[in-house]
Design a protein around this ligand. Structure first.
Ligand code: ATP
Ligand code: MG
Length: 585
């Protein structure tokens, strides 16, 4: 195929879109691949659509290779199945809900566990039909709180979702492993540097789950790694609780005035000056900080939770959101303090907290707050703290919550060494769902003994449109996009650079030869200056460009490699054959 740039529906833009924070967003818009239609909602233009189709093709091939079969559900779905699993409510404001002319409730599918479960229930009834794996590549809708970075986090996006159906746990494990292998193959073919990390299952429920993250500084996910091979999304890191400590030698708690101690550091200085410990100085990690949040359940029910954690750490909002999902987390504002006078801002202590206390506020503590630990904390009176308050002796929290920030150098939970932190873009997520959906929707089959058993399921997603952005993110530079061969909208771009008719003629012939050899050729036949053509070629990001310029008179053309920036000369005579070899490697 030859595509003439003069006819191609594309306009490269000189300026960044005003809302572009990341490179992929900037370049996909400037290179004319995508166009914003509404916040988090994008149109695909010819170039973008070609790349999207290539990502889809990779995903399709790898899913077919593990024996998964393609189907396609509607995006517009009835309420009832989502009611049966409670996700109509649980999805909260993220779900696009709508109503038809008869008053029936519908939704735009954010993910399709319910529909797949019901489809299999409709048609299958025996263990002999299993295992089964089905997938679709389809448009999903989520009213994301923070759509961002163009198609990286859209409100409409393309996902490959697949589902496995097995008679028993061993079958599920095997299906899960097959998907894991397929995902590794997909990530490799996309050319992305990636990590597989433990994940939380969030609104999906179920147990084992892993995420595939493309390593990228601009990613929204933080993950940790240890030298010994532990890898987890920071949301899924669990801090092992230390053993309880002996508190027999610790005296009774004392209330002490602590004026002018607005920060943890000033508080530590003050208690070290006025009330020194006999064994060692007080440290920030000896202070028990109590942070209050409002939780809003998907049905709108609000509650207050106080989280107690060592004062040298903050609550990690994303870990908190993951821990309390599907509830939404809101900051506790001054007006909330005003409405809850038992909570003295800056001086909140365990004695005012707990479901059985006067405040009734749920009190959850960090796993490090084990029985016997000795704390400096708020005394529930302005300007006063309490020292030697011992967990398990002087206060008993309602439970444990593991949401403190994870820091560089913290020990890995499995003892495999210190953790290092990095950021990534979530590309895929694989879950062992288990029987949650099958139970809710009654998917049972007869086993080999003629007994009805509930099917066990897995659910697996790849962000197909997100992958276009993630690859652009990983590979673009200050001059534009830069596609790997497998995803590029064209194999080669031919750039006649000069007004000479011989150049145009040579370029035409070369384009025909390469096209005849099966390559997808973009021919820049525009009447534009060489400078404009070169700049556009770099913005568009086709991996190989052939410049047909002044050298033609001396019998040479130039080959430019977009990825390495290398330029080399080729004999004009027989250039097609040399290029065919080059493009095939
Ligand atoms: P995230 O944590 O990024 O919100 P998620 O955990 O909600 O994602 P899943 O429900 O696991 O996502 O969806 C499967 C895949 O779909 C994700 O791994 C991601 O690649 C992609 N995806 C999810 N939400 C979006 C979105 N808003 N825009 C583009 N791709 C998305
Ligand atoms: Mg996920």
């Amino acid at each position: 195929m030859i595509t003439r740039l003069s006819k191609l529906f594309v306009r490269t833009l000189r300026d960044d879109p005003a809302d572009a924070e990341v490179a992929s967003h900037r370049w996909l818009v400037r290179a004319g691949y995508i166009r914003r239609a509404a916040p988090g909602i994008y149109s695909w233009l010819p170039l973008g659509l070609k790349v999207l189709a290539k990502v889809e093709a990779i995903v399709r091939e790898e899913m077919d290779a593990i024996g998964s079969q393609e189907v396609r559900f509607p995006a517009l779905l009835p309420r009832e199945p989502y009611e049966a699993t409670n996700r109509w409510t649980e999805y909260g404001p993220n779900l696009f809900r709508l109503r038809d002319r008869k008053g029936g409730d519908y939704l735009l599918g954010p993910t399709h566990e319910e529909m797949f479960t019901l489809l299999v229930k409709d048609l299958y009834s025996s263990y002999k039909d299993l295992p089964l794996s089905l997938y679709q590549i389809q448009t999903k809708y989520r009213d994301e709180a923070r759509p961002r970075a163009g198609i990286l986090r859209g409100r409409e996006f393309v996902m490959k979702d697949s589902y496995s159906f097995d008679i028993d746990d061993a079958g599920l494990e095997a299906s899960y492993q097959r998907h894991r292998e397929a995902y590794i193959a997909i990530m490799n073919r996309l050319g992305l540097e990636f990590v597989i990390v433990r994940a939380t299952s969030g609104a999906m429920g179920g147990s084992a789950s892993e995420e595939f993250l493309a390593v990228a500084d601009s990613g929204e996910d933080t993950f940790v790694r240890s030298p010994g091979g532990y890898a987890a999304n920071v949301e899924a890191v669990t801090v092992p609780a230390p053993e309880p400590v002996d508190f027999s030698g610790i005296g009774a708690p004392r209330r002490v005035p602590t004026p002018d101690t607005p920060t943890i550091a000033t508080l530590v200085d003050r208690v070290n000056a006025d009330h020194p410990r006999d064994d060692r100085p007080w440290q920030a990690s000896d202070t028990l900080k109590n942070v209050v949040f409002t939780l809003v359940q998907p049905d709108g029910k609000r509650s207050i939770v106080a989280i107690g954690l060592p004062g040298d750490r903050d609550v990690d909002t994303k870990r908190l959101e993951a821990a309390v999902a599907p509830a939404e987390v809101l900051p506790f504002l001054d007006e909330d303090f005003a409405a809850n006078p038992a909570l003295k801002k800056g001086y909140i202590g365990p004695e005012a907290l707990g479901e059985s206390s006067a405040s009734g506020v749920t009190y959850l503590v960090d796993p490090r707050v084990v029985t016997g630990t000795r704390w400096v904390t708020g005394a529930n009176e302005y300007g006063v703290h309490v020292i030697d308050l011992v967990a398990g002796r002087d206060f008993t929290p309602d439970g444990v919550i593991d949401v403190a920030e994870v820091r560089e150098g913290d020990p890995a939970p499995d003892g495999s060494g210190p953790l290092s932190l990095a950021r990534g873009i979530e590309m895929g997520h694989i879950f062992q769902l288990g029987r949650k959906y099958a139970e809710a929707l009654g998917l049972k089959v007869l086993d080999s003994n003629g007994k009805l058993v509930t099917v066990t399921m897995g659910s697996y997603g790849v962000g197909v449109s997100r992958a276009v952005a993630a690859v652009a993110e990983a590979r673009s530079d200050e001059r534009g996009l830069n596609w790997p061969r497998e995803l590029a909208p064209f194999d080669v771009q031919i750039v006649p650079a000069g007004k000479d008719a011989a150049m145009a003629e040579y370029a035409e012939t070369l384009a025909m030869e390469l096209s005849a050899a099966g390559f997808d050729v973009l021919l820049d036949d525009r009447k534009a200056s060489p400078g404009v053509k070169f700049t556009d070629a770099e913005i568009l990001g086709v991996p190989t460009a052939v410049v047909v310029g002044r050298g033609l008179a001396d019998g040479v053309v130039e080959v430019r490699d977009r990825a390495t920036g290398e330029r080399s000369e080729l004999a004009a005579e027989g250039a097609a054959d040399a290029l065919i070899d080059l493009l095939r490697t």
